[in-house]
Write a protein that binds this ligand. Structure first.
Ligand code: FES
Ligand code: FE
Length: 422
């Protein structure tokens, strides 16, 4: 059992002054903070489970995690979405070992107990060997008490008293809405995931999602490699990063965004197909609305869901110094093949397992974790743009492309949750 950190230790990990915003390196180090993060962040708030397209039909299921707890999400025969702990109520064996699929029932591989996709225990082999008063009714799979979805994104929470999902999403809702408009009136369909891992804390990846400060540096060689392809996305992305056009935004709910200042489009699409797509967006949302929809945007739903225009990423914490990232390319139902194959290509080449950008980033994360082991330095600083950002009445803070406004929003929320129950 790890020792619990007290309230003052936790609140002192984030030090906000008018001129500087610091985070204690101890927040990335050691199993104590990690165990408390699972309890007070991952089991107290909403966590993304899956996309609705992955459980479209009765019997469809997906296995995932909330924090380090294994979870199954399934659609029942009646068409309701359920989520359970992925643990057999007999003796705790993992009941579902597949990442996704379709089934009439989950059958435990250990002793064969079977459960409906609604979680109800329906079969025990040799049931006559149990006492006549043995109660099956309390042996259903342990449910995740709260499930809700917004814009096709299914979330769950182990906290029965968690706030409503839309309240939790707060300022991020408008970005989800814009992201949905990219489908031009259709819907997203999630493709098979790419996975990668790194030997570092999960928060390194969360903080990196909206970091407009780093692309012109750590990704410079990757961008330069592809720069020769005239009109490539990366060419213009580097220009944006270098010229710092665009915005960062941090929200009181802990979410944050990085937005380019102008539309960015990937190359490789037939110009006529691209024009037809833009025309459709313009007809639906007007010229300004279409430009907004086509503006490159990536955001983090606190604490671990990353949304890109073409991709969903889920950051799964494994231990304080070990993280797995699942990257799901997003296709648009009914879109031209050029559009979808380009979205696949973007997802694979940029943020997939062998993507040119992920490899740069995870090398930095692992290096940072390694340095933190030494305890030689006490604080990191997230102060870029502090005191220079626009603060809106609802608490949204808007910075320039390279500001660390969203990272600060992340840490304020982290600190509030970590301190709340101590
Ligand atoms: Fe599942 Fe025994 S642990 S049937
Ligand atoms: Fe990066």
């Amino acid at each position: 059992m790890n020792a619990r950190l007290d309230h003052s230790t936790l609140t002192s990990m984030v030090d906000e002054q008018p001129h500087e915003f610091r985070v204690a390196t101890a927040a990335y180090r050691g199993p104590e903070v990690f165990a408390q993060e699972m309890e007070q962040v991952f089991y107290k708030t909403w966590i993304y489970l899956c996309h609705e397209s992955e459980i479209a039909n009765p019997g469809d299921f997906r296995s995932t995690q909330i924090g380090t707890r294994p979870v199954i999400v399934a659609k029942s025969r009646e068409g309701n979405v359920h989520a359970f702990l992925n643990a057999c109520t007999h003796r705790g064996a993992t009941i579902c070992r597949e990442e996704k699929g379709n089934t009439r029932a989950f059958v435990c591989p250990y002793h064969g107990w079977s459960f409906r996709t609604s979680g109800e225990l329906i079969g025990i082999p040799d049931e006559a060997r149990y006492h006549e008063n043995f109660d099956k009714s309390d042996k259903n799979l342990k449910p995740v008490p709260r499930i809700a979805s917004y814009g096709g994104l299914v979330f769950g929470s182990f906290n029965p008293d968690v706030e409503d999902l839309e309240i939790f999403l707060g300022g991020a809702k408008q970005h989800i809405d814009i992201w949905l408009r990219r489908t031009a009136g259709s819907s997203y369909k999630v493709a098979t995931s790419h996975k990668y891992g790194y030997e570092g804390n999960w928060k390194f990846q969360s903080e990196n999602v909206y970091d407009g400060y780093h692309p012109g540096f750590v990704h410079r060689s990757a961008f330069n490699t592809v720069r020769k392809f005239e009109g490539s996305f990366e060419n213009r992305a580097l220009d944006v990063a270098v010229r710092q056009q665009g915005y960062t935004r941090g929200y009181p709910e802990g979410h944050g965004t990085l937005e380019a200042g102008a539309p960015l489009e990937s190359g490789g699409i037939d110009p006529a197909v691209r024009q037809a797509y833009t025309d459709k967006l313009t007809a639906l949302y007007g010229a300004d609305g279409a430009a907004e929809v086509l503006t490159n945007r990536q955001f983090l739903i606190f604490p671990n869901l990353v949304i890109f225009d073409f991709n969903i990423r889920v950051i799964q914490p494994i231990a304080h110094d070990c993280t797995e990232v699942y990257s799901y390319p997003l296709l648009i139902e009914g879109a031209h093949d050029d559009i979808n194959s380009n979205r696949m290509l973007d997802a694979q080449t940029r943020v997939g397992t062998a993507g040119i950008l992920s490899a740069d980033d995870i090398d930095v994360f692992a290096g940072g974790q390694n340095a933190l082991k030494t305890e030689v330095f006490e604080w990191i600083t997230l102060s870029r743009g502090l005191g220079k950002e626009e603060v809106k009445p609802d608490g949204e803070r808007v910075g320039v492309y390279s500001d660390e406004a969203p990272q600060r929003a992340f840490w304020r929320k982290w600190c509030a949750l970590m301190a709340a129950a101590s």
